[in-house]
Ligand binder design. Structure first.
Ligand code: ADP
Length: 719
């Protein structure tokens, strides 16, 4: 046999392999092998061992496949055939990555194959190992590594690339983007993969094996799509795509079954021909012939019946399996939907529960704190002051705890949305430091504020959340530092015409935090145990700070050394707003109207609350009258002159909102302020919409209480 005819044999064996005629392909490869060995034709030997190895690989005999690929590689190297070497590294890698012990070598082989293809400038051969590596890492859920290979593959794949490569690439990219939660991009890729594979399953030119591969790819795409919808809580769609996934798995398997049956038929035909030839050759008697003929016919009949029976049984089993899959799916879907409903119920119940309980707790607390404050100021009660202070401390602590729990629950149920208001960073920080510092005088600390001069306009962003973050951090520094310093600084890191990126730092030279506690202090209720000192606090402050900073897509960082001090810092970006010089004047906060001899109507059904509010007002020189419900309030307002109304919301018979609506029909100018224990976010809009002017949440800070009252009275007096 010459080299040329060896080549023809090789091509024939390759063709037979593609047609899944493995035994014939092996037969021809073996024949070519003898001749190539005889001629010392290394290149052909490489090609032949490649074919032999692939046949073994397809028939899942990986040990033999590996041995033959290796032999092929030796010949490819000695004949210096780079293309064959490139293919062989890819093939070897495929077998090696299948098994845990050899997968690392497999990955190296893929990389080798890619490098060779690059040196050959062979794009199609470059794409193959890249896609295989992408698929390998996706199957191991290592999405970052997968993208390292899928990205260059994406750049290499062009219009003229094979549809199989395009389908695989899009399917894998779909999985990648799904996992990094870019759902829209993921869906675009999956849909591309579905379009390609659907087209190819209908392409008549494709061999059964290829069509079966496309059905498998289609099933995989539907699976990704189902997961995508599950992640977005669209369980109905997720269920539909899962159904399609199973349909296509069955289609792929049916095709393979058909192919196996056809293979059996081919073998049967070959046997038949051989038998006929034998019959013609033998010069046996006619009667013998007849017997043989009948025997063959009977055997053939039996074989045919057996094959048909096997096919019937397999279809029947398939059907049963389909039904089982279907009922599994329905069960699955039911479970998913009921799990979703339970989760939703639990979540709403939880927030309703927290909101109700906090309201119920805040109302009596108002009484406890208010009465305690009043008693503390009463000179006759001086002796009992120690107990009263403890009582007030417990009350304040309980209130802080309730507020923190409520805040955390809101963040966790995604109820906190960032607002955009304009604010002045200096005023905000100075305000926070002033209010905290007066409370913390006992620790004798000096607070230094340093705000970058480059920040020369007002900012646009959520000033309330920023205040909450800073109050917690500065409050902690003041608490955990004695006779020391606190530095609060805002640095300008970066910015353009519209935005500032700012670094906020709160630093102290207090007791510091041990290294092993520096991460856990951000957990709910985490406090560092300290035997010598007792600090007030709920252990929720830093958990809230961390979550609020997360809401701004940023992170809080900490540097601290025990005994030396702590530093907390984080970066936030804010839009620039137009500077409003006159903000405080517009709000009327600084307006003094000289006297506080005003007449206030307190509307509240709770006797203790009536006493607390009345006494607080009386001490400032206000005169007060009390109405126990909405009806009485309306009558009193019609008959007497008042400067302001403090209106409770939850009252029997006629609540505060309804009463205000009626009041506004005959008195449009009197300031009506809601005085309520309901959470502010829940009530403010409702209160303003019925004509109330402001909201004060019980229990309140007395200073703020009077500020709000003055602001509202002064607005009316100035008109
Ligand atoms: P707490 O209400 O107890 O202050 P936080 O969540 O704000 O709760 O803080 C958790 C714990 O972290 C504190 O109890 C304290 O042990 C530690 N910690 C926080 N800030 C500081 C600081 N500036 N210096 C020292 N320890 C601190």
């Amino acid at each position: 046999m010459t080299s040329d005819s060896i080549q023809i044999y090789i091509e024939k064996a390759e063709k037979l392999q593609k047609e899944y005629k493995y035994e014939k392909s092996l037969e021809i490869a073996q024949a070519a092998l003898q001749n190539a060995k005889y001629n010392n034709d290394d290149k052909s030997l490489g090609l032949i061992y490649n074919i032999i190895a692939k046949n073994y690989e397809i028939n899942e005999d990986d040990t033999k496949a590996r041995g033959n690929y290796r032999k092929a590689l030796t010949y490819a190297k000695s004949s210096k055939s780079k293309t064959l070497e490139t293919d062989l590294y890819n093939n070897l890698a495929r077998v090696f990555t299948k098994h845990n012990l050899t997968r690392k070598t497999g990955v190296d082989y893929y990389k080798q194959s890619y490098q060779y293809a690059v040196s050959l400038k062979d794009t199609a051969r470059m794409i193959r190992p890249l896609l295989n590596l992408g698929e390998y890492y996706i199957s191991r859920s290592d999405f970052d590594s997968a993208f390292e290979y899928l990205d260059p593959a994406r750049k290499l794949i062009q219009d003229k690339s094979s549809n199989l490569d395009k389908t695989k690439l899009n399917g894998l990219l779909g999985k990648y983007f799904l996992n990094i939660r870019e759902y829209e991009t993921a869906e675009e890729h999956i849909d591309q993969a579905i379009t390609y594979s659907l087209g190819e399953t209908k392409n008549k030119k494709n061999a059964d094996e290829l069509v079966s591969t496309y059905f498998e790819l289609l099933a995989s795409s539907y699976e990704t799509k189902s997961t995508l919808y599950k992640k977005q809580n669209d369980y109905q769609k997720a269920y539909n795509y899962q159904k399609r996934q199973f349909q296509n798995i069955i289609r792929a398997r049916d095709l393979k079954k058909l192919k196996e049956l056809r293979r059996a038929n081919i073998k049967y035909e070959v046997d038949l021909l051989e038998k006929r030839a034998e019959k013609a050759e033998s010069q046996k008697e006619e009667s013998d012939d007849e017997v043989a003929k009948w025997r063959i016919i009977i055997i053939l009949g039996i074989i045919l019946i057996l094959i048909s029976l096997a096919f019937l049984i397999s279809s029947y089993k398939n059907n049963i399996q389909k039904k089982r899959l279907n009922s599994d799916l329905i069960e699955n879907n039911k479970e998913l939907i009921s799990a979703k409903e339970t989760a939703e119920q639990v979540s709403t119940l939880k927030s309703q529960f927290i909101s109700t309980v906090s309201h119920e707790l805040r109302t009596p607390l108002y009484g406890v704190i208010g009465l305690t404050s009043l008693l503390m100021e009463n000179p006759e009660g001086k002796k009992k002051n120690e107990y009263l202070e403890s009582l007030k401390f417990s009350g304040d602590y309980l209130l802080a705890l309730i507020n923190d729990v409520l805040q955390l629950s809101k963040i966790e149920t995604n109820e906190v949305r960032l607002e955009k208001v304009s604010f002045d960073i200096r005023t905000l920080i100075e305000g926070i430091v002033n209010s905290l510092h007066t409370k913390q005088k006992s620790n004798n600390n000096t607070v230094h504020i340093d705000i970058d001069k480059k920040i020369n306009t007002t900012l646009l962003g959520d000033s309330v959340r920023l205040s909450q973050i800073l109050i917690n951090l500065i409050g902690n520094s003041l608490k955990f530092t004695k006779d020391g310093n606190i530095w609060v600084s805002v640095k300008h890191l970066d910015g353009d015409n519209d935005n500032y990126l700012l670094r906020f730092t709160v630093k102290d030279d207090g007791i510091g935090i041990p290294k092993n506690k520096q991460q856990t202090i951000f957990d709910n209720f985490a406090q560092v145990k300290n035997e010598n000192q007792e600090y007030e606090g709920t252990g929720l402050g830093l958990a809230i700070v961390k979550k609020l900073i997360h809401l701004h897509n940023s992170e809080i960082k900490i540097k601290s050394q025990e005994g030396k001090g702590s530093e907390f810092y984080f970066d936030l970006s804010y839009e620039k707003a137009v500077k409003q010089e006159t903000i405080s004047l517009q709000k009327g906060e600084n307006i003094s109207i000289g006297t506080s001899n005003f007449n206030v109507l307190i509307v509240d059904d709770n006797k203790i609350n009536q006493i607390v509010t009345k006494n607080i007002l009386k001490k400032k020189g206000y005169t007060c009258d009390i109405a126990s419900n909405g009806m009485d309030a309306i009558t009193m307002l019609k008959n007497e002159k008042f400067d302001l109304v403090l209106m409770d919301i939850n009252m029997p018979e006629m609540n505060g909102l309804e009463a205000t609506k009626v009041i506004r029909t005959f008195n449009t100018h009197i300031p009506v302020i809601a005085l309520t224990a309901v959470e502010e976010g829940e009530i403010r809009n409702q209160a303003l919409s019925v004509g109330m002017n402001d909201v004060i949440i019980k229990p309140y800070d007395t200073q703020q209480f009077f500020q709000t009252i003055m602001r509202n009275i002064s607005k009316v007096k100035m008109v």
